[in-house]
Write a protein that binds this ligand. Structure first.
Ligand SMILES: [Zn+2]
Length: 263
């Protein structure tokens, strides 16, 4: 790992997340000035760089963070999918009611641009972030049945106490014909999800689950959990559909996409 990677890991592990969120918007782009070039391209903000920045709390991943919009591999992969898949792109363009839970800033910015003429249809929600429009626990969503056309809920379910409760809430509020994006970290070497509610100490959780605020490690059965809530769930190894050149150009990583639909 290089000097920049080590420094970024140190910063991520020592400075509180709330402070990082405030300074990252200007500090990271300054770092990006040292990465000018054309061998990487961000499909979200369309900036071109020599490389993306290294990023990670534990293991630092090279070529991960866009210095312009702060997107990570999975954000670029997802946005590329949403904008290149005819059905999702055309649906989003119509600005239907969309709920974005714990919104990633890089994606939120793009949604706001698209929803310029119907900004009220793009709703952000978080447990406590002051940036969000609504504040609630995803296990108890204060929205009416069948009221949302698109749900974006990435990297949430591994944090909540009962993911089945959260999923049944997400299913309840989705309008028939709607779709959702529910990415999560999945360990593909595991057949089944590992969870143990007796582990509550943050340090122990970090050791066992890989992050202090994770409650489970999803295995290959993650898709089944989405289906069990009633969704038609699809797992897409989207990055695998591209050549090495394209995968590297956008630095897509290798996360799978999880798309759910309510029939
Ligand atoms: Zn970007």
């Amino acid at each position: 790992m290089g000097f920049v990677g080590k420094s970024i890991r140190l910063v991520l592990n020592t400075i509180p997340r709330s402070v990082l969120q405030r300074v990252a918007g200007w500090a990271v782009p300054i770092l990006g000035l040292f990465y000018s070039g054309k061998s990487r391209r961000c499909p979200i903000c369309h900036s071109e760089k020599r490389k993306f920045l290294p990023y990670g709390y534990g293991t630092v991943r090279e070529d991960a963070l866009c210095p312009n919009c702060l997107s990570l591999e999975r954000h670029r992969l997802l946005w590329f999918y949403l904008m290149n898949n005819d059905a999702t792109r055309e649906t989003i363009k119509k600005q239907p009611t969309t709920l974005h839970i714990a919104p990633e800033v890089c994606l939120m910015r793009e949604f706001r641009k698209i929803y310029a003429s119907k900004p009220q249809n793009y709703i952000t929600a978080d447990l406590c972030s002051p940036l969000a429009d609504m504040h609630f626990d995803v296990q108890d969503i204060p929205l009416e049945d069948n009221s949302v056309d698109i749900v974006i809920c990435n990297h949430i379910l591994e944090h909540v106490e009962s993911d089945s409760k959260a999923l049944s809430e997400l299913y309840r509020i989705m309008r028939p014909g709607g779709f959702g994006v529910m990415l999560a970290p999945v360990d593909y070497s595991r057949e089944t999800t590992f969870e143990d509610d007796s582990i509550t100490d943050p340090k122990q959780r970090a050791e066992i689950f890989g992050q202090y605020d994770h409650r489970r490690i999803y295995g290959k059965d993650y898709l089944n959990r989405l289906s069990a809530a009633g969704f038609e769930a699809e797992e897409i190894d989207y990055a695998a559909q591209f050549t090495d050149y394209v995968r590297t150009l956008y630095s897509f990583g290798c996360d799978h996409l999880y798309i759910v639909r309510k029939g």
